[in-house]
Design a protein around this ligand. Structure first.
Ligand SMILES: Cc1ncc(COP(=O)(O)O)c(C=O)c1O
Length: 414
């Protein structure tokens, strides 16, 4: 009689999987009341008090002077590049492992995304690969603090500064993270965040740029507010500087109200995610062949958008990840497909390499390509409870203890 549930053994986790963590996005009465207040007051957009309050609080939280609230975390990247003067033909270095918006932001301005490989431990941009990709055309670098890790900002900034290249941090996955005492997004020239539905702070859609540079803050505001300066009434508006093609990328007061409420809970949420992730990391240390994405070197706390398990050693390395996940699911704890994989292989990514619309200096990003088929991952809210992590650890131990059964199952599926 087999032990693993996938082969007819007893299922380990008896509870409904969806009862093991809170629903996302979060909802509460206090936010509903605050939304109702803004709704009744009628100040719904156009640099409303609710937006200004949120911009100030979010920027301060992360240690920056200015916040510029926008419609999503793609436009924040595009505007960041535009504010830095990125022009057609310029090159922008981005990591292979990211959502495609990081690369497309450059394309929207006619610039060329240059895609470099990641570190096998943190899954963030490899600073040495970045260094090797710099050319006289490189005009910006966008590291991404991906999933549950922090890019090596010290090394990235050291290299970028030596070349006089500005750095934009893509913090879409890193709300509330700190490292070496400084908040995510406050190390580079500009930090860009997304508040899309699945993010750790979410208003359905939304994004923000943070910066401590007053000139960049002004340009970012003009860019998102169709050329209006902050606080200038319509009748007194001046023309935006020539060459600064401005948009309506304004978000609304409703989104700001939701986010202001979430900001109050961010620290306790991030602290418990970080502590539960560390619990899991330690709890599965004795299982060979599986490891968690390494957190940032100096991050305390680490911001988490999700957490990832990499099955790239013996005895797991030849078992397809779909089968590992099927076995976890049969025990009552499905994990999830994991990383996006290399951006240039994403199904929606339609830039043309032959036409020079993007560049991969090494031809392929081998680390990112090789780790994708070995990685499973779950959304951040799964990290909410310690007992949930205990259950996941128990499932992984059970699978490891019965690894020969799983190997046989995998062989039967070939
Ligand atoms: C790393 C990264 N950058 C940028 C974005 C773009 O954000 P948005 O979906 O708000 O446009 C995302 C969204 O998923 C992301 O994951």
């Amino acid at each position: 009689m087999a032990n693993l549930a996938i082969l007819g053994g007893d299922k380990l986790i008896k509870e409904d999987y969806l009862s093991l963590f809170p629903e996302w996005p979060p909802r509460d009465e206090a936010t509903a009341e605050a939304l109702k207040k803004v709704y009744m007051e009628g100040n719904w957009s156009f640099n409303s008090p609710a937006e200004q309050e949120f911009e100030k609080a979010f920027a301060e939280y992360h240690g920056a002077k200015y916040g510029i609230f926008m419609v999503n975390g793609t436009t924040t990247l595009e505007c960041s590049l535009a504010a830095l003067g990125i022009k057609p033909g310029d090159e922008v270095i981005v990591p292979a492992l990211t959502w495609m918006a990081t690369a497309l932001a450059a394309s929207y301005l006619g610039a060329i995304p240059v895609i470099v490989d990641i570190e096998p431990t943190t899954l963030c941009m490899d600073p040495e690969k970045m260094r090797a990709a710099i050319t006289p055309k490189t005009k910006a670098i966008i590291p991404v603090h991906v999933y549950g890790s922090t890019a090596d900002m010290e090394k990235i900034l050291e290299i970028a500064d030596a070349h006089g290249i500005p750095v934009i941090e893509d913090c879409a996955h890193m709300h509330g993270g700190f490292w070496n005492g400084r908040g995510a997004g406050s190390w580079g020239k500009i930090g860009s965040f997304s508040f899309q539905q699945s993010k750790t702070m979410s208003s359905g859609e939304g994004g923000i740029c943070i910066t401590s540079d007053p000139e960049l803050a002004e340009k970012l505001f003009l860019l998102k507010h169709i050329g209006y300066s902050r606080g200038i009434p319509q009748g007194q508006a001046q023309r935006a500087p020539e060459g600064l093609l401005c948009h309506n990328y304004r978000a609304t007061a409703f989104q700001a109200v939701i986010l202001s409420q979430q900001l109050k809970n961010l620290k306790s949420m991030i602290d418990s995610y970080a502590s539960n992730a560390e619990y899991l990391r330690n709890a599965i240390k004795d299982i060979p062949g599986v490891r968690m994405q390494a957190p940032g070197r100096l991050a305390t706390p680490q911001g988490y958008y999700s957490f990832h398990l990499i099955f790239d050693g013996e005895p797991f390395k030849d078992i397809p990840k779909a089968i590992i996940n099927e076995a976890c699911g049969a025990e009552g704890f499905p994990i999830g497909n994991g990383t996006h994989g290399p951006v240039y292989k994403a199904s929606l990514f339609n830039l043309n390499l032959e036409k020079g619309e993007y560049r991969i200096p090494d031809g392929r990003c081998a680390v990112c390509e090789d780790l994708f088929p070995r990685t499973l991952g779950s959304a951040h809210n799964v990290l909410t409870r310690r007992d949930t992590m205990e259950k996941l650890s128990a499932v992984l131990h059970k699978i490891y203890d019965n690894i020969d059964e799983l190997k046989q199952y995998a062989a039967s599926k070939k």
